[in-house]
Design a protein around this ligand. Structure first.
Ligand SMILES: C[S@@+](CC[C@H](N)C(=O)[O-])C[C@H]1O[C@@H](n2cnc3c(N)ncnc32)[C@H](O)[C@@H]1O
Length: 188
């Protein structure tokens, strides 16, 4: 998959912070570019569940065009949240919350919700009402599957199946690299 080699400045800054923290569990650049292009279509409040060191947040921020848009991102690990917050110290559009993801759900409804804290406990039912009509949910880190139902490591991927069939959303898988798929679900 082709992409220009230069990264947005804010993403480079997030990588610097990640490197210093020794943190490597950030979204890949292909996903980041997707996040940026989706964020460019959004106003309102976007949310990220699972900040890590702020790389995904930075990609989202790099895409924002609407100055009234906001990004709130939650990270359970206080040290990571502190490191990520430093990237956005002078940025009134971004709020890093050091807490469980469930604590930011009341900041919705969201125009975009990036689910990246691991999928345990985050189901369609958990977040469906937190997304505004036309709002997007993005799930990262899926293994490509060409079967229906989707099978990963010999088991049906029940959560993915739910996202792809839930009547409250119109959803599609998007392969961002030969070995990586994201899922985008639009609230109806
Ligand atoms: C894959 S990393 C996030 C990467 C980041 N979104 C990015 O794109 O660079 C997952 C993060 O979720 C955090 N996490 C796990 N459980 C969480 C929870 N219940 N609430 C908030 N964050 C959580 C982990 O500490 C970890 O930093």
């Amino acid at each position: 998959m082709s992409a220009p080699p230069d990264l947005p400045g804010i993403v480079n800054r997030a990588f610097d912070v990640s490197r210093k923290a020794g943190y490597v569990s950030f979204c890949r650049n292909e996903t980041g570019r997707l996040l940026a292009s989706l964020a460019a279509t959004r106003g309102g409040t976007m949310a990220e569940l699972g900040t890590g060191c702020g790389v995904g947040t930075a990609w989202l921020r790099s895409g924002v065009r609407d100055d009234s848009a906001r990004i709130v991102t939650a990270e359970l690990d206080a040290a990571l949240a502190k490191a990520a917050a430093e990237i956005f110290t002078d940025d009134p559009l971004v709020e890093v919350v050091a807490a469980d993801w469930s604590t930011v759900l009341d900041k919705g409804p969201f125009s975009l919700l990036f689910l990246d804290a691991g999928l345990d406990g985050v189901t369609v039912d958990t977040v469906a009402d937190m997304v505004e009509p036309g709002g997007l949910v993005v799930l990262d880190d899926l293994v490509p599957s060409e079967t229906w139902p989707p099978i990963v490591h010999g088991r049906v991927d029940i959560q993915r199946e739910q996202w792809l069939t839930d009547e409250r959303f119109t959803a599609a898988e998007v392969m961002v690299a030969p070995d990586a798929t994201t899922l985008i679900a639009t609230k109806r």
